[in-house]
Design a protein around this ligand. Structure first.
Ligand SMILES: [Zn+2]
Length: 395
């Protein structure tokens, strides 16, 4: 399976994957999923939001156990983020059949569409639509970088955009959803474990800091006469790092714009975007408040006018304790870890009992062609997923 997927949507110059929603590469990945389902005699279907399903047992019976992930990628993504969960789902089913497991509940394998949001800018479109967290009206307005609307892209790929929308009946038939995913950090590498389970997806948000100063000539303005917002911004970047370190949180200024952006001009405006994440909302709030007050103190001293706007915020997603404990028991208490990244499992956790398994990533690198996992760890992940599914579906 891994060999068959490897060339699909791979860019030959970067070696990274460009599997964007409703493109030819996406169609190739979807055809692969369908072929895997049909080879195994599973009932194949696509739901109203373009998510793919492969069923063993009656899809309408209810209390189904579902596992899966996504096959799309970020620009120049790695091979594992998403596909590892989908491939492991099929491999785990093969393992259960080898073991002669008797199925007391329906089992479905799923590929959720447009998880990364690389083309239309909104992540987890397939699961968000199903869960009612993204309205059909809003999805219909999404445009890609070439101005192509999402409905047009969907239609061109052979799907009906008029059908998209909430799918509560389908979600009500799911008794448990388990997503296996490559870890996007080094917690398992540091603890020396091949597989872990997720506790929560950290709350995270984005804040825009606008530092307004005074544009002037870089060659004629005395240092003492300047109101240079770049200096205040620089101090704020250092404050963000310091506060995040003190709190055990994350804070990153990864995007900045400068006006007038001239090499010989003192800037009139520096605009920096802060991405911050923490294990709980109180810590996140404390970090951002501390960064903002450090920035304000600096700004007041330097005659800089500071405005801070919160552009987005995602609250904490805690995976349900009942399913997490059940899985922990099945797997003999593996490490439990939080993650700063979003997933379909996080979206679905509002509607369905949901859990995640993580497979060790030795470098922690993700969303890059350097993303990796060893073959032994991938196999350990498949066995852990098979154990979990067997424990959940056994008659
Ligand atoms: Zn992913």
């Amino acid at each position: 399976m891994w060999r068959d997927l490897a060339p699909l949507g791979r860019d030959s110059t970067t070696g990274g994957y460009r599997r964007y929603a409703w493109t030819a590469a996406d169609a190739d990945c979807r055809a692969w999923f369908r072929a895997q389902a049909e080879t195994r005699g599973l009932a194949y279907e696509v739901d109203r939001n373009g998510n793919q399903w492969a069923w063993l047992g009656d899809p309408l019976a209810g209390d189904a156990v579902v596992t899966g992930s996504h096959l799309d990628s970020v620009p120049d993504g790695g091979a594992f983020d998403g596909p590892l969960g989908v491939v492991s789902s099929f491999a785990a089913l093969d393992e259960l059949r080898r073991r002669g497991t008797r199925f007391g509940r329906p089992l479905a394998l799923a590929n959720f569409g447009d998880e990364e949001g690389a083309r239309f800018g909104v992540a987890c479109v397939g699961s968000r639509l199903a869960a009612g967290q993204l309205t059909a009206a809003r999805a219909h307005e999404l445009l890609d970088a070439d101005g192509i609307p999402l409905p047009k892209a969907m239609e061109a790929a052979g799907y009906d955009p008029a059908a998209i929308g909430p799918d509560p009946e389908r979600l009500a038939r799911i008794g448990a959803f388990v997503e296996l995913h490559v870890e996007q950090g080094r917690a398992l590498d540091l603890s020396g474990d091949p597989v872990g389970i997720a506790s929560a997806i950290w709350p995270h948000g984005r804040w825009r800091f606008d530092f307004h100063g005074e544009a002037n000539h870089a060659g004629t303005t005395r240092l003492a006469d300047r109101r240079d917002p770049m200096l205040t911004f620089a101090g704020t970047v250092l404050a963000a790092r310091r506060e995040a370190e003190l709190a055990g949180a994350l804070a990153t200024f990864g995007k900045v714009s400068v006006e007038p952006n001239g090499v010989n001009a003192i800037p009139s405006l520096v605009r920096g975007w802060l991405d911050s994440r923490a294990a709980d909302e109180a810590t996140l709030d404390a970090v951002v408040t501390a960064v903002e007050s450090a920035a304000r103190a600096d700004a007041d001293r330097a005659g800089i006018d500071l405005r801070v706007v919160r552009e987005s915020f995602s609250p904490i997603v805690e995976f349900g304790h009942a399913l997490r404990d059940e899985i922990g028991t099945i797997l003999g208490r593996p490490p439990v870890l939080g993650t700063g990244a979003g997933h379909d499992a996080g979206v679905l956790s509002g509607a369905v009992p949901t859990a995640m398994l993580f497979v060790r990533n030795p470098t922690g690198i993700s969303h890059s062609p350097a993303e990796s996992a060893t073959e032994d760890d991938c196999v350990a992940g498949v066995h852990a997923l098979a154990d979990v599914l067997e424990g959940l579906v056994r008659a």
